[in-house]
Design a protein around this ligand. Structure first.
Ligand SMILES: C[S@@+](CC[C@H](N)C(=O)[O-])C[C@H]1O[C@@H](n2cnc3c(N)ncnc32)[C@H](O)[C@@H]1O
Length: 390
C-alpha cells in the first residue's frame, strides 16, 4: 500500500530507521532521541522544550508517569502574566475583552501543552502492537483510528494512544440518549452527543405535518439528530456530513437502531440535492481555527459553516418549510461573535426568526469554577432557532 503520511527518521545504535508519522494533531519533531527509564523528568522537560521528540524504549507505565511529570512542569503558573486587554481591536466592552483575551490565552496554553506532551513518542509495530514492557494491547482501538494494519512501522505520541483508547472505550460503551431509549456509539474523531440539552430541544420542538415527510440533517456526526427525527415520525431523512469518519459512524448507528431504510447518510458539503420541509443543523459553535481535523466539529473558523448554512437554507426548503439551527452562545460570552452579527447573517440570508427555544447546558464544565472559561460557560445557553424564508 502506498503511504501518503510523512516518514519520521531517527538513528539508533548506529543504524538509521524510519516509520510512518501518524499523529493527527502534532507537527513531526525533526530531532529524535531514543529515551528510556533512566531519563529524568527534568532532562526530558528540557528536551521537549527544545523541540526534541523522545522515542520511548522503556517501560510503558513509566512513560505515562513521565508524561504526568512533564504536565505538572508545564502547568506551573508563569509568574506575573495576566491577559492583556488593551491591544485587542474592535472590542468596546472590557468584560468581553478580558474574556476574549482569556480565551485566546487558554487556547494558546492548551495548544502549547499538547505540542509539548505530544513529543513523548511510541513506536507501533506493523500489526499496531507495542513492544514495550507493560504496554496495553490497544490494537483494536488503533485500528479504529488508523484503519487496518498496512505492514508499516508507525510512530505517534503516547497522548495520541491515550486518545485512541479513550475513543474506543466510548465507542464500546456508547452515550445513552434518553429520548431514543437507546445508545449512540461515537467513533474516533466524531463529535459525541454527550451534551444532552440540544437533543432535548430537538425532541420537543413543534413539528408541522409537512415537516414529517422529508427532513435534512446537516452535519450529522454520529447520526443522533437524524435518529431523533426518525423516532419523532419523520418519514424520510437525508443526513449529510463532510467527514468520512462521521459518515461511517452515522451509518453504523442508524442501521443498528433500525433506521437504515428511513435515513440516507450521504457525503456532502452541507446540503444534499433537492428541497426538504425541515432542515436541521447543529454546526460547530466556536468561530476560531481548529488545531486538527478532529476538532472541526467544535471550531468553525470565521463561522464559515454557520454562515454557509444560513445563506443556503432558503434555496433548500420547500415552500412553508423551516430550518432549525442549534447553536450555543458561548462564542458570544467569549467575545468571539456578537448576537447582532448572528442576526445580521440571518437577515442577509433572507430569513426570519419564527421562534427560539433555550436550554442551559448541564455538562460538568459549566459548573466547574476551576475551569479557565467558567465565567463564560456559566452563562452559556444553547438555542434552537426556528427560521423560515422571509
Ligand atoms: C457540532 S458537530 C454536530 C454533529 C451532530 N449533528 C450532533 O448534533 O451531534 C458538527 C458536524 O458538522 C460536520 N461538518 C462540518 N462542516 C461540514 C460541512 N461543510 N458539510 C457537512 N458537514 C459538516 C462535522 O463533521 C460534524 O460532524
Amino acid at each position: 500500500m502506498q503511504i501518503h503520511s510523512p516518514l519520521i527518521k531517527w538513528e539508533e545504535t548506529g543504524q538509521s530507521y524510519e516509520a510512518v508519522w501518524r499523529s493527527p494533531t502534532q507537527a513531526m519533531p525533526t530531532n529524535i532521541v531514543v529515551a528510556d527509564d533512566t531519563l529524568s523528568a527534568d532532562k526530558a522537560y528540557k528536551l521537549i522544550k527544545s523541540g526534541t521528540g523522545l522515542l520511548w524504549r522503556g517501560d510503558f507505565h513509566n512513560a505515562r508517569q513521565l508524561v504526568l511529570a512533564l504536565a505538572r512542569r508545564l502547568d506551573r503558573k508563569p509568574r506575573g502574566r495576566t491577559p492583556k486587554t488593551g491591544n485587542i481591536p474592535h472590542v468596546q466592552n472590557n468584560t468581553v475583552a478580558l474574556t476574549r483575551a482569556a480565551f485566546s490565552q487558554h487556547r494558546a496554553t492548551q495548544e502549547r501543552r499538547a505540542v509539548m506532551l505530544g513529543r513523548v513518542l511510541l513506536q507501533f509495530e506493523a500489526d499496531h502492537s507495542l513492544k514495550l514492557r507493560r504496554a496495553p494491547d490497544a490494537r483494536v482501538a488503533i485500528t479504529q483510528a488508523w484503519g487496518a494494519p498496512d505492514g508499516n512501522l508507525s510512530v505517534a505520541s503516547i497522548k495520541d494512544l491515550q486518545g485512541m483508547i479513550g475513543a474506543h472505550e466510548w465507542q464500546k460503551k456508547g452515550v445513552i440518549i434518553p429520548f431514543l431509549g437507546a445508545s449512540i456509539h461515537p467513533h474516533y474523531g466524531v463529535y459525541s452527543p454527550l451534551r444532552g440539552e440540544y437533543i432535548a430541544l430537538i425532541a420537543a420542538a413543534a413539528l408541522s405535518p409537512e415537516a414529517t415527510t422529508l427532513a435534512f440533517d446537516i452535519g450529522t456526526g454520529t447520526g443522533v439528530i437524524a435518529a431523533v427525527l426518525a423516532k419523532r415520525g419523520v418519514q424520510k431523512i437525508v443526513a449529510t456530513d463532510i467527514e468520512p469518519r462521521a459518515i461511517k459512524c452515522a451509518q453504523d448507528n442508524l442501521t443498528r437502531l433500525g433506521f437504515g431504510q428511513q435515513i440516507d447518510v450521504v457525503t456532502a458539503n452541507l446540503f444534499p440535492p433537492g428541497r426538504a420541509a425541515l432542515i436541521v443543523c447543529n454546526p460547530p459553535w466556536l468561530p476560531t481555527p481548529a488545531n486538527a481535523t478532529i476538532e472541526r466539529a467544535v471550531y468553525d473558523p470565521d463561522s464559515a459553516m454557520l454562515r454557509a448554512f444560513l445563506s443556503g437554507l432558503s434555496s433548500h426548503l420547500t415552500p412553508g418549510g423551516e430550518g432549525w439551527l442549534v447553536l450555543s452562545d458561548l462564542a458570544e460570552h467569549l467575545g468571539l461573535r456578537s448576537r447582532e452579527e448572528l442576526m445580521a447573517w440571518v437577515a442577509e440570508s433572507g430569513l426570519r426568526v419564527l421562534d427560539r427555544h433555550d436550554a442551559h447546558p448541564t455538562h460538568p464544565k459549566s459548573a466547574d469554577p476551576g475551569d479557565p472559561l467558567f465565567v463564560a460557560r456559566s452563562k452559556e445557553v444553547t438555542s434552537l432557532w426556528r427560521l423560515s424564508p422571509v
